[in-house]
Each structure stands twice: as C-alpha cells, then as structure tokens.
Design a protein around this ligand. Structure first.
Ligand code: TYD
Length: 209
C-alpha cells in the first residue's frame, strides 16, 4: 500500500490556517479520501496533556530550553502514535502546525536556540511533511483576528507576546519557505475564507470535487 501524504499548515497566530486545514480535510473526505486532521502541540492524548503545560499560564512559566523539550516531546508522541501509523495505512495526514512552528517560534523567541532546535529535530523527529503550506499575512491584521471575542480562551501564552514578536515570526516562516521551496508553498492568507481555500487548492494542485 502507498504511504499517505503528509501536509502541514503553518503561519502566525490568527492567519486562518486552522479554518483552512479543516476545510481541506472536509473536501478530501467528501471525495472519499481517508484523512486524519490533527494539530500541534497535541494530536495524541499524551501530547494534548503537554499542550496544556505549554500553552497556559504565565508567559515566563518555562525557560526557552524547557519549552523546546516539551514541544519536541509532544511531537515525538504525536508522530509515534498518530501520524506514522496513519501514513502507513495510506491515509492523508493534515496537521495544523509541525516542526516549522518550533523553528520559528522558539527560534524567534531566542535566536540562539535555533541550532539546538535543529539538532533535537534531527535526533528525535527526523521527518518533514511532504508539503507545507505557509499562511502569510500582515501581523497586525492577524493579531486583531486573534483578539476577536469568538476566540477568547486561555491558550494565549504566545499571543500575549505582541506585534513585534508576530513580525519576527512572519519573517521566520518566510525564510523557511525561501530556503525549502520544494516542500513549502506560501499562501496569501488575506481575504475571505473562500478566496484562501481556492489558493490552497491551487497550491496543492487539486481542483474542487
Ligand atoms: P494554537 O491555539 O494551536 O494557535 P493557532 O490557532 O494560532 O495555531 O496554539 C499553538 C501555539 O503554540 C501558537 O502560538 C504557536 C505555539 N507553538 C510553538 O511555539 N512551538 C511549536 O512547536 C508549536 C507546535 C506551537
């Protein structure tokens, strides 16, 4: 049996990638393709527990190094228990964030950690998606979206870091896209959900059912 396709959705907070990941999963399922839609941090029971640890509480709760270990531990569990078995069964896996988020968020929060991020990835994860869609938009607009009342919640440790941080994240994602053009496609995330969904389909080379 052929291995399934592994697709990651990446971008700054509020870029709309979660909505688009869901829409893509729904449209592939409507065509009869088996799809696993998942997210990071999380996606497996153990990784969801780690999610609570890293996304809630005071912004200074963890050192950058501890946080990197927690994200990597969550990813390893997610990969072992959900992603790899699904790909081996021939299912398409769509994940809302994967290793590029660690490169960019933990690298942007503390630039000197980037080498450590890469070494840990190589040792413990060592897998890249087949395709990564990077949702790109103006951080001020994205930040305003994250502050809309329908998103109110407690998982806001990173959103609390403000606009300058979001600007660094955007630059970090675009750098990855430029460095790995074979894997990454940049999606203009401005506009309506329908417009962005059409760009996603174009980027993947899929036409609507
Ligand atoms: P989430 O609520 O999923 O945000 P979004 O809807 O924007 O994806 O929270 C994930 C947060 O965790 C987000 O702010 C990015 C951050 N993050 C990291 O800092 N490193 C990582 O490796 C991952 C996967 C996420």
């Amino acid at each position: 049996m052929n291995r399934g396709r592994f697709i990651s959705f990446e971008g700054i907070d509020g870029s709309g990638k979660s909505t688009q990941a869901r829409r893509l999963a729904e449209s592939l399922r409507a065509r009869g393709l088996p799809v696993v839609l998942t997210r990071e941090p999380g996606g497996s029971p153990g990784a969801e527990e780690i999610r609570q640890l890293v996304l809630t509480g005071d912004p200074g709760r963890w050192s950058a190094e501890t946080e990197l270990l927690l994200f990597t531990a969550a990813r390893r569990d997610h990969l072992e228990r959900l992603i790899e078995p699904a790909l081996a069964r021939g299912e398409t896996v769509i994940t809302d964030r994967f290793a590029d988020s660690t490169r960019v968020y933990q690298g942007a929060a503390r630039g000197d950690l980037r080498a450590l991020v890469d070494r840990l990835h190589e040792m413990m994860i060592s897998r890249e998606p087949d395709v990564t869609l990077i949702f790109d938009m103006d951080p001020a607009t994205a930040l305003a979206r994250t502050r809309s009342p329908d998103r109110a919640g407690s998982e806001d440790r990173f959103e609390g870091f403000g606009l300058a941080f979001q600007e660094r994240l955007r630059a970090g994602f675009l750098e990855i896209a430029a460095a790995q053009p074979g894997r990454c496609r940049v999606i203009d995330a401005a506009g309506t959900a329908d417009e962005v969904a059409a760009r996603v389909r174009d980027a993947l080379g899929w036409t609507p059912a």
